[in-house]
Design a protein around this ligand. Structure first.
Ligand SMILES: C[S@@+](CC[C@H](N)C(=O)[O-])C[C@H]1O[C@@H](n2cnc3c(N)ncnc32)[C@H](O)[C@@H]1O
Length: 299
């Protein structure tokens, strides 16, 4: 693992190690549960327990122990009983189940925002995406899944402890990613050492400081996206994008996700929702500066 982490950080992957571990147990794979896999145990009250299967381990629930050995070898969706007869459904975790449970030391891009960012920055299989900073790796995981086996994600991160955390989280979730990850310990404000980029995705305090480095590294037609917790940062980013005169399709969004409680006649929005996470800003690089007109007023 240490050797792989060093190789990933330095960008010296041997061809046979370029792909992240492929977990045979990703959702959609009909195989049975195997030791070492992540499993999500759901109890009848909707509580969720994320466990990594090991022959000798058990989940200790207040309604009895669930032995991993009773899950290993079973098909996804199997029901297992605790020592006190409590029933649990065993399924493979979604990426969002994992991201919300995984170890983190930074703020993360929440799944609702990551999904939106993937759509609005048009991130797709086969692309080469630069991400900075990588933090805990939540967005890295979403990007890796989106670019797929033929794509690449290159991360620039200042802090080595965050690089270790991200690599650990990416490898712990493993399989469905099937992409290539390279993380460089670098200050992105100092410039880029990678080129031929289809997309650049920023989650750091001053994303506008990256803009001068993009022409020549980000392909014309490519998108830059910035995730910022404060609207002041979003505004400063957008002003810098406009001043650069080389961007089109400039937009900033906030994503509000409201769950609904649907049970019999009790059909209403959930009482609680996440009030604020961050803003997603996107812009698209063109080949040379131009004179865009003033944004149109709504009629
Ligand atoms: C909010 S965290 C990113 C979280 C990440 N997007 C996730 O979903 O887990 C911001 C990260 O940017 C890194 N960072 C800040 N300034 C940087 C710079 N100039 N170059 C590279 N990384 C930087 C920080 O060390 C931190 O890890």
């Amino acid at each position: 693992m240490d050797e792989l982490r060093d190789a990933l950080r330095q960008g010296s992957l041997s061809p046979e190690r370029r792909h992240l571990t492929h977990n045979p147990g990703v959702a959609g794979n009909p195989g049975t549960f195997a030791p070492g896999e992540l499993v999500l145990l759901l109890d009848p009250d909707g509580k969720r327990f994320l466990v990594r299967l090991a022959e000798q381990d058990a989940l200790h629930h207040h309604r009895g122990a669930v032995r991993h050995a009773d899950i290993i070898g079973r098909a996804e969706g199997a029901l297992v009983r605790s020592s006190q007869g409590r029933v649990f459904a065993a399924v493979r975790p979604r990426l969002v189940d994992y991201v919300l449970e995984m170890p983190r030391k930074s703020g993360i891009v929440y799944p609702k925002d990551a999904a939106h960012l993937l759509g609005w920055a048009d991130i797709a299989p086969g692309q080469r995406v630069l991400e900075s900073g990588v933090g805990s790796g939540a967005l890295t995981l979403a990007l890796l899944r989106a670019v797929g086996e033929r794509g690449h994600v290159v991360g620039y991160e200042l802090r080595s402890d965050f690089i270790d955390l991200t690599l650990g989280n990416v490898h712990a979730f493993g399989g469905a990613l099937a992409g290539n990850l390279l993380v460089r310990e670098r200050d992105i404000y100092a410039g880029l050492v990678d080129g031929d980029l289809d997309r650049v995705v920023l989650d750091l305090p001053e994303p506008w400081r990256v803009l001068p480095h993009l022409p020549g590294a980000l392909c014309p037609g490519g998108w830059v996206a910035a995730y910022t917790p404060s609207i002041i940062q979003a505004s400063q980013f957008i002003e810098a994008v406009r001043a650069d005169r080389r961007y089109v399709q400039v937009e900033t969004h906030e994503v509000l996700l409201r769950g609904w409680h649907l049970q019999g006649l009790a059909v209403r929005p959930e009482h609680e929702m996440v009030g604020h996470t961050g803003f997603v800003s996107v812009a698209r690089l063109i080949a040379e500066p131009w004179e865009p007109g003033k944004p149109r007023r709504p009629t």
